[in-house]
Design a protein around this ligand. Structure first.
Ligand code: FES
Ligand code: FES
Length: 176
């Protein structure tokens, strides 16, 4: 049987506030797409959803017109499934001279050594940071992230040191 030659329109994916087109092979995962666009914070560790090194944030509708920032493993997600969606990567959280509170806590509390897992931890931690109604940090939010060298205590310290987002926080503003 010959392969289909049907062309499909390019997907349009918002990444860190900038539109990107994707018209590559349908088996391309979101991690490879992002890294191909030069956004290399998300890493491939296991490529099978076990380590969280590839975690990114996706804006999901909350049912009442607001946004719920959700962490997903980009190695498991087809890039084409992001058509029309909005992605934030670790680069986007700490753009320019602004360091995101999650990244800052990870840095000052020694939550990163080789750094390979760190962008994934930051995205998973940010999803919990932005959880509506959060009073304490639920460490289960990090249960899908593995670190091979820092040890988990400084990462836990960083998570539990987080306050609530500032009123000026652009991602928090989308939740109300
Ligand atoms: S690379 Fe390990 S969960 Fe995606
Ligand atoms: S800092 Fe090296 S794997 Fe986590």
């Amino acid at each position: 049987m010959s392969a289909s030659t049907t062309e499909r329109p390019a997907c349009r994916i918002s990444v860190n506030g900038t539109d990107h087109d994707f018209d590559g092979p349908t088996h391309t995962n979101a991690l490879d797409f992002l890294r191909g666009e030069g956004l290399t914070a998300a890493k491939e560790g296991c490529a099978e959803g076990e380590c969280g090194a590839c975690a990114i944030l996706i804006a999901r509708p909350d049912g009442d017109g607001t946004t719920r920032w959700t962490s997903v493993n980009s190695c498991l997600l087809p890039a084409a499934a992001l058509d029309g969606q909005e992605v934030i990567t670790a680069e986007g959280l700490s753009a320019g001279d602004h360091i995101h509170p999650v990244a800052e806590e990870m840095a000052v509390r020694g939550g990163s050594q080789c750094g390979y897992c760190t962008p994934g931890f930051i995205c998973s931690m940010a999803a919990e940071y932005y959880r509506p109604g959060r009073e304490e940090f639920d460490l289960h939010a990090l249960s899908g992230n593995l670190c091979r060298c820092t040890g988990y205590r400084p990462i836990k310290d960083a998570a539990q040191a987080l306050g609530t987002p500032e009123a000026t926080d652009a991602l928090a503003a989308r939740m109300t």
